[in-house]
Write a protein that binds this ligand. Structure first.
Ligand code: GTR
Length: 422
């Protein structure tokens, strides 16, 4: 005989459902602790010392840094955090897709360069948009990836719209507030940018699109547990942009500043750490997995970043979800890998998700390495007041306002680069 749910049992059934749903919700919050935004709730933590080898031996001279500790730290970031970037030089092809010596009201040269990653010019490619101040040689260049397509950084109607991923859905010039192109040219810098979706679209597709498949061994369908994720791929793309810039006669290849905002700031730091040709590295509000210390567990955590963006880091990084204490590195060591080259870390007051204080401490705990290598380093020991840039070889500021890259930020980065280039 069939059983029917009576009016009363319907009520009981619904009640039961509510209880089950509530307890499921309770469980979720038990697994995902509340986000910490209050300094008084930060539990004590221990950071690995950038100047002590894994076997406990202190690093006291430059040679031990270069020969032992630096390779050790680099390898930890490769195997535990971002994943290893495939080795080997690519046989790239650069095709000038467009060129205009009268761009930006006659002030600049604009070029679009298609960078093919294979000699047969099949498969993925990226379009590098380059503006250079006219009548200038040995131009220093600010290089960074953009979020929405090259056509969104400027109103310039001649910039092509990328066919990759989501670029076509964004309006021309819609991100121009983040890219003061004319201000950059007026200060004598060039600007180079690439749409990050050209290198690897930013969603978890099991690494079927983007550049990862170019490197698969026979039968391989996705990167191994210790191989690169999307941040690794974006960082690799920055180095390929630099490969082109080295060939451009107007550019000074020794004055390339690699910079990025947020997830692209994480990529800029990782690019600068791996590729020592970058002269200056800039991280704008890069937060968790960027300049901010993971072990503080303030704002975004390793578990939340891995759950929301499972494709950004290597698979092994997930072993540190809710387990930051066992990480053999923290992000100060990523900044240390850039030493003795200048690096600028910037935070924003209201950007608590990115942990401004944790970003400052990333710089602070990297400082001993910069000092060991004979530079002036950070020069301060406390978080500076708002809108007050500090530091020499490590620059830092915390700007008022929220998560963004603004004209104020760009001006500080160009001040910093000028100070080091002149
Ligand atoms: C957030 C992410 C951050 C940051 C940011 C961004 O959703 O949690 O780590 O990278 O995106 O890229 O704007």
């Amino acid at each position: 005989m069939k059983k029917y749910i009576t009016g009363k049992s319907w009520f009981e059934f619904l009640l039961l459902l509510v209880i089950v749903m509530k307890s499921a919700a309770g469980n979720t919050s038990a697994q995902q602790p509340e986000v910490i935004y209050d300094e008084s709730e930060v539990a004590p933590y221990t950071l690995p010392d950038a100047l002590v080898l894994d076997n406990g031996t202190p690093v006291t001279d430059e040679s031990a840094w270069w020969k032992e500790r630096r390779p050790e730290i680099l390898s930890l970031f490769e195997t535990q955090v971002y994943g290893k970037t495939p080795a080997g030089k690519r046989d790239l092809r650069f095709v000038i897709a467009s060129s205009d010596s009268n761009a930006l009201h006659g002030k600049a040269i604009r070029k679009e360069i298609t960078v093919y990653f294979t000699p047969d010019m099949e498969g993925p490619s990226m379009s590098l948009l380059l503006y250079l101040p006219k009548k200038q040689t040995a131009v220093p260049v600010m290089l960074g990836l953009n979020f929405k397509g090259n056509h969104t950084i400027t109103d310039d109607p001649k910039v092509a719209v990328s066919g990759s991923w989501e670029a076509a859905k964004y309006k021309r010039g819609e991100d121009s507030m983040s890219w003061p192109v004319m201000g950059i040219i007026d200060r004598g810098f060039g600007l180079a940018t690439v749409y990050y979706g050209d290198i690897d679209p930013d969603f978890d597709d099991g690494f079927r699109n983007g550049v990862h498949p170019l490197f698969y061994e026979r039968g391989q369908t996705k990167p191994g547990t210790g191989e690169w994720g999307s941040i690794g791929a974006w960082a690799w793309g920055l180095s390929r942009a630099l490969d082109y810039l080295e060939t451009d006669e107007a550019v000074d290849p020794e004055k390339i500043v690699v910079l990025g905002h947020s997830r692209l700031g994480k990529a800029a730091l990782w690019a600068g750490a791996q590729d020592q040709r970058f002269a200056v590295v800039v991280s704008n509000n890069s937060g968790c997995g960027g300049a901010a210390l993971s072990k503080r567990i303030f704002g975004e955590t390793v578990a939340s970043i891995n759950n929301n963006f499972p494709h950004w880091f290597c698979d092994r990084f997930k072993e540190y979800n809710n387990n930051e204490a066992s990480l053999p590195v923290d992000q100060h060591m990523l900044i240390a890998l850039i030493a003795p080259r200048p690096v600028y870390i910037a935070s924003a007051e209201d950007d608590l998700w990115a942990d401004p204080k944790g970003e400052f401490l990333g710089a602070f705990f990297a400082d001993p390495v910069f000092k060991l290598l004979g530079t002036a380093g950070l020069t301060v020991t406390e978080l500076p007041p708002l809108n007050t840039p500090v530091g020499k070889t490590i620059g830092y500021h915390i700007r008022s306002g929220g998560h963004a890259i603004t004209r104020y930020d760009w001006d500080r980065y160009m001040d910093f680069a000028e100070m080091h280039f002149h």
